[in-house]
Design a protein around this ligand. Structure first.
Ligand SMILES: Nc1ncnc2c1ncn2[C@@H]1O[C@H](COP(=O)(O)OP(=O)(O)O)[C@@H](O)[C@H]1O
Ligand SMILES: [Mg+2]
Length: 159
């Protein structure tokens, strides 16, 4: 009799509003696995052009999304562990992503909304990257807590 040990690749799907600490968490805890995010390309273009995130956002978000999805497809083809660093606030937005992750253990990592003063401080710490208040409000309003029946293997709260 032959026994197979099957270990699935892991995707950490981050869930949290802007400035809740997602990218910091990734750098601190998973600095050397794959990383899917639209910000990666947007920040690269901004740096190359000597402009701010805000300056280039509108003209780069479509290309950034397409590049990110290509990267995810490559991770999935190769069975690479990776972090999916986007806000992922609604079940609908997560469902689209979970559908791509055949064969993965997907861990939801929830970032709580920092209290008002702390959030303001964190948002202010990123010059040139401003998230309009109405966008933040609508993200907070659209939040649906993740549940295992969406397809997550595990749900954890980031500290
Ligand atoms: N756990 C934390 N405690 C205090 N400050 C934090 C924490 N996580 C992130 N920050 C700070 O908050 C700001 C936003 O964090 P970031 O990781 O960029 O958030 P996100 O990726 O969710 O938009 C940064 O200035 C970062 O240094
Ligand atoms: Mg980030």
């Amino acid at each position: 009799m032959v026994f197979f040990s099957i270990t699935r690749p892991v995707c950490y799907m981050l869930i949290g509003i802007p400035a809740s600490g997602k990218t910091t968490w990734t750098r601190d805890y998973h600095p050397s696995i794959g990383y899917a995010s639209t910000d990666k390309y947007i920040e690269q273009v901004a740096a190359e052009k000597g402009l701010s995130y805000n300056d280039v956002f509108k003209d780069t978000i479509t290309e950034a999304t397409s590049r990110m999805l290509d990267e995810v497809e490559e991770y999935v083809r190769n069975g690479t562990h990776f972090v999916w660093d986007q806000t992922n606030m609604s079940k609908k937005s997560r469902a689209k992503k979970l559908k791509m992750l055949t064969g993965y253990s997907v861990v939801a990592v929830v970032f709580n909304v920092p209290e008002e003063k702390e959030l303001a401080k964190r948002l202010a710490s990123r010059p040139g990257k401003t998230i309009p208040q109405y966008v933040l409000d609508s993200m907070i309003k659209s939040y649906e807590a993740p549940s295992l029946d969406e397809g997550f293997t595990k749900i954890m709260i980031a500290d």
